[in-house]
Design a protein around this ligand. Structure first.
Ligand code: HEC
Length: 207
């Protein structure tokens, strides 16, 4: 290559590298009228400098203790993650009215989050349990009396916090999904491990 060109390339590369270092961090570079870009007002989701009034320098305030975000009331769960909480959930938590399997949501979520262990029809024959049989519960499947006679509230509690080798599913199932799955577990159990007949509508991804 021509010597002159290689010098130009080196010069451009060096210039790029150096200029990329200059405006690092909080330095916004040259600004004509910063006040027009950065609001002087406190805006919850837009923050230039550390807020001197609020805790942690945030513009956004933390929610008032004891309050619940709008539409999130059913996320409030009163029972603790221990044996006593489990028993209490079994006693006091009842399946809300109108929980239905018809929209296919329960079957769809079950296929994603439960069947890898418990199997498509709740026979504890999913690929995970097949491969690591020591993970399996003592009962054979959902049709076992151990599950069929289990209080709905206890299953909800287990879905919320997990139990032994089963992890918590609270981060992936909304409270209404959890109730649908409780119902679906009992439905699968009532089918005695036979193929599920509820329509598995994979397009039903909303609540
Ligand atoms: C990693 C494998 C795994 C996955 C995934 C899993 N489970 Fe479980 N599940 C278990 C094990 C292990 C137990 C037995 C826990 C125990 O009693 O020791 C169990 C127990 C249960 C029970 C009995 C609960 C109780 O209170 O005794 C139900 C019902 C259940 N699972 C339903 C589900 C549903 C519904 C899903 C999907 C949201 C699911 N499981 C996902 C492994 C899994």
């Amino acid at each position: 290559m021509n010597k002159k060109y290689s010098f130009v390339i080196v010069a451009i590369t060096a210039a790029t590298l150096i200029s990329s270092c200059v405006s690092r961090g909080n330095n916004p570079g040259w600004e004509y009228a910063p006040d027009m870009y950065y609001s002087k007002g406190y805006e919850a989701y837009n923050q230039g400098d550390s807020n001197v009034v609020n805790p942690y320098g945030m513009n956004m305030r933390e929610p008032v203790a004891g309050t619940v975000a709008y539409g999130k009331l059913d996320y409030k769960y009163p029972f603790e993650n221990n044996g006593e909480g489990y028993e209490k959930a079994g006693e006091l938590l009842k399946m809300p009215e109108g929980v239905s399997l018809e929209d296919g949501r329960a079957a769809y979520m079950y296929g994603i989050y439960c069947s890898p262990c418990h199997g498509n029809n709740g026979n504890n024959d999913g690929p995970v349990f097949k491969r690591v049989s020591t993970l399996k519960p003592a009962w054979k499947g959902y049709s076992d009396a151990a599950v069929m006679n289990l209080a709905d509230g206890k299953i909800y509690h287990t879905l919320t916090y997990g139990k032994n080798n089963m992890g918590s599913h609270a981060s992936v199932l909304t409270p209404s999904d959890r109730w649908k799955l409780v119902k679906y577990v009992k439905f699968l159990g009532s089918q005695n491990g036979a193929v599920a007949t509820v329509a598995q509508d994979s397009t039903s991804t909303t609540k």
